[in-house]
Design a protein around this ligand. Structure first.
Ligand code: NAD
Length: 360
C-alpha cells in the first residue's frame, strides 16, 4: 500500500528556490521507486513572505506547517531586507517558525565524506572518519531569557542585558533527545557546559547526570565549552554525540560544521515534542550566488534524507538518497564551493540531474 505524506515546502529566499527544486525532484523519484507518495504544499517565509504579505511568517504558513507531516525549509534572508526593523526581518520568521512548532531540539550532523576530506582545512589524519552529531537546545537559554534589552542605568550609562536561564524541564527534554540520539549512534554522549562558572550550567550538569541512569547503554561525559571548542579542532574523532544549550550549541555546531570543509553539504533537523519537525540545510540563502545556478543543493538533499529517517520513518529511502549523494561525488561532480583538482564542476541544476541518474 502506498504511504502518503504531507510535506510543507518553504523555499524562502536567495538560493532557496533553486536547491528546493532539486530536493523535490529527488524526493519524487525516490517516492516513485519505493511506493511513497508526497503531497507538497508550498508556503511563504522570510523575505519572499515580506514582499507578498508584509510579514516574515504569515499565519497561513504556520497553519500549513502544523497540518503537515514534516516541513522542508531551504533558507531565508538577503540584503534587500537587512535594514527593516527587527520584527519585520526574515530571521524573525525563522524564530517564529521554531517557536510556533515548539522546535526545542536541533540535530546537526557533521560527517566527513571520504570524497571531500581535502575540502577540510584540517589535516587528513585529524578529520578522516569524523562523524559527530551536535544536539543543540533551540528555544531556551540566553537567546530567550528575560530580562533582556538595553536599559539606562541610574548612572546614566547604558546597560545591555541578556539572561541565560534553563528550567529542569527544559534540560530534561533536550537531554532525552540527546540520549536517544546517542543510542541510535555509537552510544557516547558528551554534555557541554560552563559549570565551573555558571549556575545555570551547574543545573544543566546535574540534570543530565541524573538522566543518564535511564540510559545505561550510553556513556556520558561532561566537558567545559572552552575545552570543547579546543578539542573539536584538536581531535574531533573523540566525539560521537554532543548535547549543549542554545548559545554554546550555536557556536560549536558551526565549528563542527567547518571540519567538513563546506557549508553547502550540511543538513539539519529541528524537532519538537509533537507535531512536524523542520528539515533544512545549515547554510543561509547565499545571496551572493543566488539565481546564478551555482548553489550546492546537496545539503538540501541530505536534509530530505534526514526528514525521511527522523520524521517519516523511511530509513531505506533515506539511505538511497545518501547513497546517491555519495555516487555523484564518486563520479567527480562538484559545485563551485567544493570544487577540487581533476573534478567536474557543475551547477545546481546539473548536480540535480546527476543525482536523478544516480537514483535511476
Ligand atoms: P550563507 O550561508 O548564506 O553564505 C555564506 C557563504 O557560503 C557565502 O559565500 C555563500 O555563497 C556560501 N554558501 C552558502 N550556502 C551555499 C551553497 N548551498 N552552495 C554554495 N555556496 C554556499 O551565510 P551569510 O552570507 O552569512 O548569510 C546570507 C543570508 O542568509 C543572510 O540574510 C542571513 O541572515 C541568512 N541566513 C539564513 C539562515 C537560514 O535560513 N537558516 C542561516 C544563516 C544565514
Amino acid at each position: 500500500m502506498t504511504s502518503t505524506y504531507r510535506i510543507t515546502l518553504l523555499p524562502g529566499d536567495g538560493i532557496g528556490p533553486e536547491i528546493m527544486t532539486v530536493a523535490v525532484d529527488v524526493l519524487k523519484t525516490v517516492g516513485s521507486q519505493m511506493d511513497l507518495a508526497f503531497e507538497f504544499e508550498e508556503a511563504l517565509i522570510g523575505g519572499a513572505a515580506i514582499d507578498e504579505t508584509g510579514e516574515p511568517l504569515p499565519e497561513a504558513t504556520l497553519k500549513t506547517c502544523k497540518a503537515s507531516d514534516a516541513v522542508l525549509l531551504a533558507a531565508i534572508g538577503g540584503y534587500k531586507w537587512d535594514t527593516l526593523p527587527r520584527h519585520q526581518r526574515p530571521e524573525t520568521g525563522l524564530l517564529g517558525l521554531r517557536a510556533g512548532l515548539e522546535l526545542f531540539a536541533n540535530l546537526r550532523p557533521a560527517t566527513i565524506l571520504p570524497q571531500l576530506i581535502d575540502a577540510s582545512s584540517l589535516k587528513r589524519e585529524v578529520v578522516e572518519g569524523v562523524d559527530i552529531m551536535v544536539v543543540r537546545e533551540l528555544t531556551g537559554g540566553i537567546y530567550f531569557g528575560s530580562p533582556k534589552g538595553i536599559f539606562e542605568a541610574e548612572t546614566g550609562q547604558k546597560r545591555g542585558v541578556n539572561t541565560m536561564v534553563y528550567t529542569d524541564g527544559e534540560i530534561d527534554r533536550i537531554g532525552r533527545v540527546a540520549f536517544e540520539t546517542a543510542q541510535k549512534r555509537r552510544g557516547q554522549l558528551c554534555s557541554v557546559d560552563k559549570a565551573n562558572v555558571l549556575e545555570v550550567s551547574q543545573l544543566w550538569r546535574d540534570r543530565i547526570t541524573a538522566l543518564s541512569a535511564d540510559y545505561p547503554n550510553v556513556t556520558l561525559t561532561h566537558m567545559y565549552v572552552d575545552n570543547a571548542a579546543m578539542q573539536l579542532i584538536r581531535w574531533p574523532k573523540q566525539f560521537d554525540t554532543i548535547v549543549t544549550g542554545n548559545l554554546f550549541g550555536d557556536i560549536l555546531s558551526d565549528a563542527a560544521a567547518m571540519l567538513t570543509g563546506s557549508i553547502g553539504m550540511l543538513p539539519s533537523a529541528s524537532l519538537g515534542a509533537s507535531g512536524p519537525g523542520v528539515y533544512e540545510p545549515v547554510h543561509g540563502s547565499a545571496p551572493d550566488i543566488a539565481g546564478q545556478d551555482k548553489a550546492n543543493p546537496l545539503a538540501q538533499v541530505l536534509s530530505t534524507a534526514m526528514m525521511l529517517r527522523y520524521a517519516l520513518d523511511q530509513p531505506v529511502a533515506a539511505d538511497r538518497i545518501e547513497q546517491a549523494v555519495t555516487t555523484v561525488l564518486d563520479q567527480g561532480y562538484r559545485t563551485g564551493d567544493i570544487m577540487a583538482e581533476n573534478m567536474t564542476q557543475v551547477g545546481c541544476k546539473a548536480m540535480g540531474e546527476a543525482l536523478l541518474s544516480a537514483l535511476a
